[in-house]
Design a protein around this ligand. Structure first.
Ligand code: ASP
Length: 599
């Protein structure tokens, strides 16, 4: 019985037609001996009726059907009796009066309900163990489709712009300066390893040297990092590189890509160009390099106000080069002891000693520190923060980056508390894209007492700043840009260095990577750059995050067909596993017991 239609297809136009359908039994109902099944396939649902009259054996078999079994049915399309029309269903005016039934596979009772509401309540581990059932749920089917649509929109866009998709190796070489890598032992080269590619960065640059000019790839990348809601050990990047482009070209190109995706998937017209914000502003105003600009609660700087303050904690912070930052959360003075304590713990986890605050309540400022403030200091706070009755002001006093990070986090927490109280509305579909630009090329790594690349070592300095590389590396801006949406980094990239001498200088003189290590890891790139490397630049977007946003979910696991758990396991197939001694031997690998001391 080959199916003639899918389950969302039949309508009054088909009345009288003899059809066959196949799919899953969504539900079985017995109405006084007449058996109704809702038959479901990837497209929708059609009601099938088994009337016992003249075919009692058929109806009896239908009555025994277990949900989620796979069947095919044949019969005639008939109108539903008046009063039983279901306007909520595409096929709601008709039903199929069955004359034949084939049971293709009997289903056990599923371990959890497969509808959206019921399935959402189920523990995620159970969903992942039975992922094939979880994926049958309408919501998950939709997520897979949205992912397909988004990916197709991206491919179509780049194709129209004359980019070609080129695959690059997953098995690459170890370049330990990035994220932690997965190593793959070589069987034919005892003691040697590949690393799974963290991103196609080096290959895509080489493709530019190879004259490809316009490359893209929907690329699988691997990073051995702690897993979170928005991070998986293998994930997908929309990876792009182009030659003879500057930053403006890249902005236009990617605004176009995102417009096409939002247009095709959601029917939303994103306004372009996206606003731009320089890194320093993002940090100063929002305390983070990926600001959520859907709401205010901006940070303000009071370093000068408190430079000579009688409040020693602030004055000494300023004297030692730190800053004083504050933000006002209007209407949050009613926060509970528990909520305040929670905020304080967050501040402390980011390196603050505590969380200074002022509650504007009952016509006065309630605060453990305000008694130390001079009248002028109070006046500066009141006017610049617009403090009104019911407001809550928070402070951070620390070195600049730390103060920004602390208050940036408090800002997000305060916004969440205000939302909970109905005093602030932040809509998930308020798409506030922006470019964050002018990042510092290098960031000083306190722990290792050396400069590290803010983005990666291939990022080109802003031309006017190149001379500062020797004298004031911290002041050099990189030609690096991030696309940020509602507090999330969707993508980032840069114009690259394409001159071998400058690239070598960045590796050796600025990043202080020993010359032999540079030669070993990047020698081939430096060499390639001596054979006619065009100026080039590119970007990579996190496809999983984009799709999660389009689907309105916060977890990228919901938009990956077969994700790993937070502990890096595949609960369905059961990985990772141990392997046989023979396999290890072939790979020249000996394993240590987990508690054996490392040499
Ligand atoms: N490869 C970079 C990354 O994965 C992105 C880029 O610079 O194109 O972050």
């Amino acid at each position: 019985m080959k199916r003639t239609h899918h389950c969302a297809q039949l309508s009054n136009a088909d009345l009288g037609a003899l059809v066959s359908l196949a799919g899953w039994v969504d539900s079985v109902r017995d109405h006084g001996g007449i058996i109704f099944i809702d038959l479901r396939d990837r497209k929708g649902i059609t009601q099938v009726k088994f009337d016992p009259q003249g075919q009692s054996e058929l109806a009896a078999r239908a009555a025994q059907l277990k949900p989620e079994s796979v069947v095919s049915v044949a019969g005639e399309v008939v109108p539903r009796p008046t009063g039983t029309v279901n306007a909520g269903l595409k096929t709601g005016t008709i039903e199929v009066a069955a004359t034949a039934l084939d049971v293709l596979n009997v289903s056990e009772t599923p371990p959890f309900p497969l509808d959206d509401v019921g399935g959402d309540k189920v523990n995620e581990d159970t969903r992942l163990t039975y992922r094939y059932l979880d994926l049958r749920r309408p919501k998950m089917q939709k997520n897979l489709r949205v992912r397909h649509l988004a990916t197709k929109a991206i491919r179509d866009y780049f194709d129209a712009q004359e980019f070609i998709e080129v695959e690059t190796p997953a098995l690459f070489k170890s370049t330990p300066e990035g994220a932690r890598e997965y190593l793959v032992p070589s069987r034919i080269h005892p003691g040697q390893f590949y690393a799974l590619s963290q991103s196609p960065q080096q290959f895509k640059q080489i493709l530019m040297v190879a004259g490809v000019e316009r490359y893209f790839q929907i690329a699988r990348c691997f990073r051995d990092e702690d897993l979170r809601a928005d991070r998986q050990m293998e994930f997908t990047q929309v990876d792009v590189e182009a030659s003879f482009v500057d930053r403006e070209d890249i902005y236009t190109l990617f605004e176009g890509m995102l417009r096409q995706v939002w247009q095709r998937v959601l029917g939303v017209d994103l306004p372009t160009p996206f606003p731009r914000m320089v890194f320093a502003d993002a940090m100063n105003r929002y305390g983070v390099d990926k600001p959520d600009v859907r709401f205010g609660l901006e940070l303000q700087d009071f370093t000068e106000t408190f430079r000579a303050s009688a409040f020693k904690v602030f004055a000494t912070t300023v004297a030692s080069g730190g800053v004083i930052k504050a933000l006002n959360a209007p209407g949050l003075a009613d926060l509970s002891q528990g909520e305040l304590k929670h905020l304080e713990e967050i501040a402390k986890s980011l390196g603050a000693k505590g969380l200074a605050f002022i509650k504007a309540e009952g016509g006065e400022w309630k605060s453990p520190i305000v008694k130390f403030f001079a009248e002028s200091e109070r006046a500066a706070l009141a006017s610049r923060l617009n403090v009104a009755e019911g407001d809550m002001v928070f402070f951070a006093a620390a070195p600049w980056e730390k103060a920004c990070a602390i208050l940036g986090r408090i800002r997000l927490e305060a916004a969440a508390l205000l939302q909970k109280r109905g005093r602030l509305t932040i809509r998930a579909d308020d798409w506030k894209f922006l470019w964050v630009v002018d990042f510092p090329l290098m960031t000083f790594d306190e722990e290792h007492q050396r400069y590290v690349a803010t983005h990666h070592p291939f990022t080109s300095p802003v031309p006017e700043d190149v001379a500062l590389l020797d004298t004031e590396p911290k002041a050099v801006r990189g030609q690096h840009y991030d696309v940020v949406l509602n507090g999330m980094e969707l993508g980032g990239g840069s114009i690259r260095i394409h001159q071998p001498a400058l690239q070598k200088k960045v590796f050796e003189d600025v990043l202080k990577i020993p010359a032999d290590v540079v030669e070993n890891r990047f020698g081939y790139m430096l060499k390639a750059f001596t054979f006619g490397a065009p100026p080039h630049g590119g970007i990579a977007f996190g496809l999983d995050r984009i799709v999660a946003l389009l689907c309105g979910t916060t977890s990228i696991r919901d938009v990956i067909a077969f994700p790993k758990t937070q502990k890096g396991q595949d609960l369905m197939a059961g990985s990772p596993t141990s392997v046989t001694a023979k396999q290890l031997k072939e790979l020249h690998i000996a394993t240590l017991s987990p508690d054996a001391p490392l040499a």
